[in-house]
Write a protein that binds this ligand. Structure first.
Ligand code: HEC
Length: 185
């Protein structure tokens, strides 16, 4: 916990299922490392924590610095911003790879709506999802050091959704420590 200053992020209980849920392959790769997770089935112990990983919404994330914006075309049609906590932001600025333990990245998304002031501009409309990636190379050894959490209205989304996070990030950004966003200069 000391290495992740802001977040009441992890309870051992909630990440306990990671090995079995994420597949034998992931587990086998990391089994030589000490994962340090005590298996339990009580992943619902904290209703505000994400399934599998036990990530909760870090306090103060809205004050973090911007790494880059992104735009998602319809049908989702979203405006997004990727934010980094101080450790994460510094790593982006300096091009540090892998990201150090304690890094937390956020992706905050809104529906894109036409600006009321300009015919060509867009505004953020209703908030959709807030997502986090938390770096802790020991706790999340089974997923190459990253824990994931997706939240809608402050509540974590389904187990099924959380099963998809690592696989997609792995397929898209294996050479960038599983982080897809690049720093917008
Ligand atoms: C189908 C692919 C896919 C899946 C599944 C996925 N992501 Fe991502 N993620 C992306 C892409 C592409 C980006 C780049 C930014 C964007 O799309 O706005 C991204 C960006 C992020 C970021 C910002 C850091 C970065 O890597 O760029 C976070 C945090 C994040 N995702 C969390 C999650 C969480 C949590 C889950 C599971 C609940 C998840 N993602 C599932 C594709 C995916």
């Amino acid at each position: 916990m000391n290495r992740i200053p802001k977040g009441p992020l992890v309870t051992g209980a909630a990440i306990a299922l990671s090995g079995s849920l994420l597949g034998i392959g992931a587990l086998a790769v990391s089994s030589s490392n000490e994962i340090g997770i005590t298996p339990t089935t009580n992943s619902a112990a904290n209703g505000n924590a994400s399934p599998i990983y036990g990530v909760t919404i870090p306090s103060g994330y809205r004050e973090w610095q911007a790494i880059a914006p992104s735009l998602e075309a319809p049908p989702l049609d979203e405006l997004r911003i990727i934010l980094g906590n101080p450790a994460g932001f510094q790593a982006f600025r300096e091009g540090t790879l892998p990201f150090p333990d304690g890094t937390i990245l956020a992706k905050v998304a809104w529906k894109r709506v036409p600006s009321t002031f300009s015919t060509t501009a867009s505004f953020p409309g209703q908030a959709t999802t807030v997502q986090f990636m938390v770096k802790d190379s020991k706790k999340y050894a089974a997923t190459d050091g990253w824990g994931f959490g997706r939240f809608v209205n402050g509540k974590p989304t389904s187990l099924a959704e959380h099963k998809t996070c690592f696989a997609c990030h792995q397929s898209l950004a294996k050479d960038h420590d599983f982080v897809i966003t690049r720093y917008a200069q």
